[in-house]
Design a protein around this ligand. Structure first.
Ligand code: NFS
Ligand code: SF4
Length: 654
């Protein structure tokens, strides 16, 4: 019975304990108790007068050597997190822009322009002329314009104008409309140095600006340019969890974030030499499986199987069947090199900006991507003979037939039909109350949240039962995919209204929209809902909310902050990143609403978060006047009788 109720990940962790392979859960335990100053953001080491600490109980120092107080400590720390998160997504976006230019110039063999419609949309947005021009010329200029977004000396980001006008005005008024992406990141580092900006409110305005440079800059550039090159996601079948690996196949896991690596590996896996070499080993074939956001990118675009999300990356190796794990950057734990030593698995890094001691390195470039990809696959094939069959342990079969691939364009088509693609039907169903609202779940999984608790899965079940449509990205989406949620049959767990809509439109109630950068899709979906009409005129009017239950990465903070600064109420599970500074905490969780029409909440009890978001959604519905009195009122007996009289069929009319 035990085995059956355990999740696949839990079965694997138990196995790893048994065979004495260390995991992040062990290392997390070894770290406990974690530093109280650090946990509360009351530690500063921005200069060598420090490290300085502030005593949260007021018994010790209240200021650092320079006089900085708790709010400054926390606000600077918070701004550095936002800056770093923005840097991650945006440096990834820059790589996509370089690749687009190289592809357009014919200098990146293997890559091509796949979605011309999207290219035209972005060209229009960037003011690039399209009439009487070759696709490649347009693509080259779009790529170059995208590169300029990182360092242009004047003006604000071009994609900002995709937001509702009311939202743009708020950003302008507050002075938080982001300029060039690199400029916002650099300024964030500058202002948080010793003796720089020391007003927590002013620092936090920059947190909003740099985070907006992430959402409407880095993330959006990454999403749109990747769609141009690799295709805009459409509904696609896939499978997910460690069971996607096959015993009698050669297994390659692609881990990290930038899809250009994964796309090249997938392409090269079809090379005749590769196929020949695979068969020569006696293996039945080659499995390519994704991990973390690379997995999300591959799943939503091609239906390529997903091995899992963040917290099971070591577990993937412990299946004993992974010949090779190839990684690029972000969320790739150094521990993998150590885990691999217990098995025959090779770890291969590919970017000069991200190497791991103990891993092999095959440098990856736009110009020689296919060659590098082929070389890496051949390394895997060659390593198959070293597999030790005694160590093979694949905990289950994969979750079958999940449906992923819901870009905002797809959602629009599905709702409105190919020729009338529109958010009107969604807005109407929200207004008539069949759907109460929409929640986005995004971000990481964490050992802090308990070993393998299905927190996102549980949250989604609660939300859909209450007629809330869910959109998922990142590892939150990964957990839902592996947890068996992204299947059409899930509509049976929905409330009546949501179920009707899902059946009519043919969508599951949880829409997998991609990787973390693809949160930009949610920004656009919300903008279009606001512009469609009937639900106010700004994103902050919409009955929507977002949550990350198990945040880990600085990227998650930047995502949360760009959603809040765009007008969406966001709840993060576990601890606040500024908990030790009460004024700073109040700024994020209360006062921010006066500034941008939305705020943060932080909640340790993950079970409360669904209700918090639903209350918020009902509050927004009330404000919109779409919760009619009739629906909400409890009738007394007299009214009930009066109502019955009114509703009696008129004689003669049947
Ligand atoms: Ni997002 Fe993707 Fe996952 Fe968190 Fe890491 S993989 S970019 S940061 S852990 S969701
Ligand atoms: Fe201490 Fe101020 Fe230096 Fe931070 S910046 S380490 S608070 S002296």
């Amino acid at each position: 019975m035990e085995e059956k109720q355990k999740t696949v990940d839990q079965v694997m962790l138990d196995r790893m304990k048994e065979i004495k392979v260390e995991t992040m859960y062990d290392r997390y335990q070894a770290q406990l108790p974690q530093c109280g100053y650090g946990s509360l953001a009351l530690c500063c080491r921005h200069c060598n007068y420090g490290p300085c600490n502030i005593d949260p109980f007021g018994n010790g120092p209240k200021k650092g050597v320079c006089g900085a107080d708790a709010n400054t400590f926390a606000a600077r720390h918070y701004l550095r997190m936002n800056g770093a998160g923005t840097a991650c997504h945006s440096d990834h976006a820059r790589a996509a822009a370089h690749l687009l230019v190289a592809t357009a110039r014919g200098e990146a063999p293997g890559y091509r322009i796949k979605d011309v419609d999207k290219l035209m949309m972005v060209a229009e947005c960037f003011g690039v002329k399209t009439k009487d021009r070759k696709i490649n010329e347009i693509a080259e200029e779009v790529g170059e314009m995208a590169l300029m977004e990182f360092g242009k000396p004047y003006g604000t980001l071009l994609f900002l104008k995709r937001a509702p006008e009311a939202r743009q005005k708020i950003w302008e008024k507050l002075g938080i409309a982001p300029r060039a992406i690199d400029r916002e990141v650099t300024e964030s580092l500058h202002r948080t140095g010793m003796g720089g900006d020391q007003d927590y409110r002013n620092l936090t305005k920059q947190s909003m600006r740099v985070a907006l440079a992430d959402g409407w800059g880095g993330c959006m550039i990454a999403t749109e340019l990747q769609d141009i090159m690799f295709g805009t996601p459409k509904p696609v079948q896939g499978r997910s969890n460690l069971g996607v690996m096959k015993k009698d196949h050669i297994n390659i896991v692609v881990h990290g974030h930038e899809p250009q690596l994964a796309e090249a590996i997938v392409l090269a896996s079809g090379d005749p030499d590769v196929i020949k070499a695979t068969h020569a080993t006696g293996a039945k074939g080659l499995v390519i499986a994704g991990l973390c956001c690379t997995a999300n990118e591959l799943l939503v675009r091609h239906g390529i199987p997903m091995a899992g999300h963040m917290t099971i990356q070591e577990g993937a190796i412990a299946t004993g069947v992974v010949e090779l794990m190839v990684v690029d950057i972000q969320c790739v734990m150094q521990a993998l090199a150590e885990t691999a030593k217990h098995f025959h698995t090779k770890i291969v890094t590919t970017l000069s900006k991200a190497k791991i001691d103990g891993a092999e390195h095959v440098e990856f470039s736009d110009e020689h991507a296919l060659e590098a990809a082929k070389k890496i696959i051949m390394m895997a094939i060659d390593n198959y003979k070293n597999r030790d069959n005694n160590k093979v342990f694949i905990p289950s079969s994969a979750e079958p037939n999940l449906i992923a691939g819901f870009s905002h364009e797809t959602i629009k088509y599905m709702l409105g039909g190919r020729f009338r693609a529109s958010y009107r039907p969604l807005n109407d169903n929200i207004i008539n109350g069949r759907i109460r609202g929409v929640v986005g779940i995004a971000g990481c999984t964490s050992p802090r949240a308990g070993a393998c608790d299905q927190n996102y899965v549980n949250l989604v079940r609660e939300l859909i039962a209450n007629n809330i449509l869910v959109v998922a990205t990142g590892c939150a989406a990964g957990q839902c995919a592996s947890g068996g949620l992204m299947i059409p049959e899930l509509k049976d767990e929905c409330g009546k209204g949501l179920r009707e809509v899902c059946e009519a439109v043919g969508i599951p109630p949880v829409l997998h929209s991609g990787a973390c950068v693809d949160n930009s899709r949610i920004l656009i979906a919300c903008s279009e809902m606001a512009k469609e009409g009937g639900l106010g005129n700004d994103i902050s009017d919409l009955p929507v909310a977002g949550a990350c239950l198990e945040w880990m990465s600085e990227k998650a903070i930047a995502i949360g902050q760009f959603f809040v600064a765009s007008g969406i109420y966001i709840v993060f599970g576990m601890n606040s990143p500024v908990a030790g500074a009460p004024d700073m905490q109040r700024l994020l969780t209360k006062e921010m609403e006066d500034l941008v029409g939305a705020r943060w909440d932080f909640e340790r009890d993950l079970k409360k978060i669904g209700k918090m978001m639903m209350d918020h959604i009902e509050k927004k519905r009330d404000a919109l006047g779409i919760n009619t009195a009739k629906e909400r009122k409890l009738y007394d007996m007299a009214e009930r009788r009066a109502l019955e009289r009114e509703c009696k069929p008129v004689p003669g009319h049947h």
